[in-house]
Design a protein around this ligand. Structure first.
Ligand code: DCP
Ligand code: MG
Length: 465
């Protein structure tokens, strides 16, 4: 079903974004951290912050900052690596709750989605009715996730709904009544408009444009001459809250990928790496042709014994930068033992964005890559091996379940608590204590509705061009 491409008259697009998502999951499962500064991300020397709890944000800690800087700003925070199974499980529960409201749900990331309320069961589409629905939905999200909070925005377009969800974050609900969209947009900085990244913003700034209100003053011709035809016209419309993008519960392409099978097993690591680079370049070319960018980079490798392994990593934001994709693919390859030979190799990109999210005029010299902990975890995995890392779930024969606070010099410090126990005590144990082991999360009772597909296997979506 493809809905009309005009801007709606009723506030029927809902945008939901969980608050401090990874950190909130950590605080849920680690009662001693509730109300405290928590930083999730790469905890190693070159780690990057994925997110921080609002308590840590008060110290100026935020996403994409180096963990070293975050430690300077907030030395008392708990610094934790990511537990992706827990985040994926919470995300799946939220997406299910959204689909109870309307079948038309468009997830943007693990913690963010649009919902089309035109397909929802509502007495009418008044501000009062959609507000009531949103209140029920937020309560439901808390219920199915064990207490996570979400911020919700509702408006007549995606642009307005998304901006609205940010206006009263965290734990907020903002409905922009029809007719007031432009009043909401006017005072905002131009970067709130999708497609306006730092470099476009800089061009606009040089033309004296800072806010959406400033942008409104420019004619379409002026914007076109400043930014080019497509971008200029698009921006002219967006500045007026004319955003016709429909909520799309199915994506035309779920992934873009390339794979090759070889007649002979390749063993030379430099050759394998070069083949992978070539595939990354091909994938990039296809992404660009389709005007897409993607967040998740995957590789698929079939080894000499016909076992097939896939690895994937998620970037902080969608990218169509060939160097970024190639770099992540190579990093993923390094995790695998290919010394006995490789007979199939593939590279895929999924988590696609059909809107140009990246800055059209981004400086070519600076690929805007921020590695999130999903990638970081992949990269750290080799270095940390089977060791103990901060935040990981453990269980001890005598003391029960808990999580690693820190480890080093043959000692591991564990706090014994879970989501349901209340704050627990801290014990230092020997790192080789045979009674201590990693706790593996049991699979969720309901299978996740959207199992993360193997992007490389879903190769059929965008055909070889
Ligand atoms: N994320 C990441 N790297 C980034 C940004 C985000 O790994 N540079 C991850 C961690 C976040 C999650 O994605 O928890 C969701 O991103 P959001 O931008 O929605 O940030 P939060 O949910 O953490 O905070 P907010 O309350 O601002 O939504
Ligand atoms: Mg969020």
């Amino acid at each position: 079903m493809r809905r009309s491409l005009t801007v709606r008259a009723e506030p029927t697009i809902l945008h939901l974004d969980l608050d401090a998502f990874y950190a909130a999951v950590e605080q849920r499962d680690k009662p001693s951290l509730r109300g405290k500064p928590v930083v999730v991300g790469g905890t190693g020397g070159r780690g990057v912050v994925a997110t921080a709890s609002y308590e840590a944000r008060a110290f100026g800690v935020g996403s994409a900052m180096s963990t070293a800087e975050a430690r300077r700003r907030c030395p008392n925070a708990a610094f934790l690596g990511g537990r992706f199974d827990a985040y994926r499980e919470a995300s799946a529960a939220v997406m299910r709750a959204l689909r109870e409201v309307s079948p038309v749900v468009e997830p943007l990331s693990l913690d963010e989605a649009y919902v089309d309320l035109e397909a929802a069961d509502l007495p009418d589409r008044s501000v009062a009715s959609v507000s009531a629905l949103a209140r029920t939905l937020r309560a439901r999200v808390a219920e199915v996730t064990g207490g996570l909070t979400a911020s919700v925005g509702i408006g007549t377009s995606k642009l307005v709904a998304k901006i609205a969800s940010d206006l009263d974050k965290p734990d907020g609900l903002v409905v922009v009544p029809p007719g007031l969209e432009r009043d909401v947009l006017r005072p905002m900085q131009v970067v709130v408009i999708p497609g306006v990244g730092p470099a476009t913003a800089e061009r606009l700034r040089r033309a004296g444009v800072h806010t959406v209100e400033d942008l409104e003053q420019l004619s379409e011709e002026e914007l076109v001459s400043l930014l080019g035809r497509a971008h200029g016209s698009g921006l002219h419309a967006m500045a007026r809250a004319e955003d016709p993008r429909p909520v799309e519960h199915t994506r035309e392409a779920k992934s873009v990928s390339v794979e090759d099978t070889y007649d002979t097993d390749h063993v030379d690591p430099r050759l394998i790496s070069a083949l992978l680079d070539r595939q990354s370049a091909k994938v990039t070319e296809r992404l660009r042709k389709a005007r897409l960018s993607g967040r998740t980079v995957s590789i698929k490798v079939r080894l000499h014994d016909f076992s097939t392994v896939s690895r994937s990593a998620t970037l902080a934001g969608p990218s169509d930068d060939g160097r970024v994709i190639a770099r992540v693919a190579r990093q993923l390859l390094r995790e695998l033992d290919t010394s006995a030979g490789v007979r199939l190799l593939g590279v895929g990109v999924s988590g696609l964005a059909d809107w140009i999210q990246e800055d059209l005029f981004a400086d070519e010299e600076q690929p805007p890559v921020v590695v999130d902990p999903d990638t970081q975890a992949a990269l750290d995995a080799a270095s940390r091996g089977r060791g103990w890392w901060p935040g990981m779930d453990v269980e001890h024969d005598e003391h029960g379940r808990g999580w690693v606070w820190g480890a080093g010099r043959g000692v591991v410090t564990v706090r014994f608590e879970t989501a349901t126990t209340g704050p627990g005590r801290v014990l230092s144990l020997k790192a080789d204590d045979p009674a201590l082991r990693a706790h593996v999360r049991p699979p969720p009772e309901d299978p996740p509705e959207d199992p993360p597909e193997d992007p490389v296997d879903a190769a059929a979506d965008v055909t070889d061009g």
